[in-house]
Ligand binder design. Structure first.
Ligand code: DX5
Ligand code: ZN
Length: 216
């Protein structure tokens, strides 16, 4: 089943509660929450306090994408904030990835591994059994509104095969530069959770664009 995950990075933070309520009513399955620390990526966004406060305005699945260094130090804060999923980068965790995923799960939160466009799928092969989600970046993380990197498409196919080989129901999420024009390509390759920031928020009728991304 296809799930649409609007990236809250493109929302109006001055009206955050109302924005998360409206995007949920418009049909968002997951609310994709881009957490940036100005160190792992060259941008800053928001932290657990912000997530905890908007949590009161939506019953959608909260999908916290941590673009931070030493993510294991903060997973309790993001679990406590009401995250349903916490995803952490292979590039930030290195050989601590498996332990970090286990620590997320031990808090009763679903976990996922994320890889950048230039990291091969083989890098996370040894942690697939721990994952509830794999997140493939189709832009280099840090900013919304970037152009989709097409060379990621074969990685989606490879990641889907890896997921099938486990026999488990693991989400395959794609994040960055998704538009009405390329959404079919990533779905056909095997992605089932579609993150979209600028494509959704630039349109006045967000419910229509969410529906389009789900059905086309
Ligand atoms: C990039 C973030 C993405 C981004 C998506 O660092 O992880 O979630 O905000 O935005 P669009 O869909 O505009 O590329
Ligand atoms: Zn993201």
């Amino acid at each position: 089943m296809i799930k649409i995950a609007p990236s809250f990075l493109s929302a109006d933070f001055a009206r955050a509660g109302e924005e998360v309520k409206l995007i949920t009513e418009a049909g968002a399955d997951y609310i994709h929450l881009d957490v940036m620390d100005g160190s792992f990526v060259k941008n800053m966004s928001f932290g657990p306090k912000f997530i905890k406060e908007i949590r009161n305005y939506s019953k959608a699945v909260f999908d916290s994408h941590l673009m931070i260094v030493n993510p294991w130090k903060y997973i309790e804060n993001f679990a406590d904030a009401g995250s349903d999923f916490i995803t952490v980068h292979y590039e930030a965790c290195g050989d601590r990835l498996k332990d970090t995923l286990k620590a997320i799960k031990s808090l009763g939160v679903k976990c996922g591994a994320v890889i950048n466009p230039d990291t091969p799928v083989s890098a996370i092969k040894n942690v697939i059994e721990e994952c509830d989600m794999l997140l493939l970046m189709s832009v280099f993380p840090g900013f919304g509104g970037q152009k989709f990197i097409e060379s990621v498409v074969p990685k989606i196919e490879e990641a889907r095969k890896l997921i099938i080989s486990t026999g488990k129901d693991i989400d395959l999420e794609i994040d960055g530069g998704i538009t009405k024009e390329n959404v079919k390509i990533v779905k056909d390759a095997g992605a089932n959770v579609i993150v979209a920031g600028s494509t959704i928020y630039k349109e006045a009728d967000r419910s229509a664009v969410i529906k389009y991304l789900r059905e086309n």
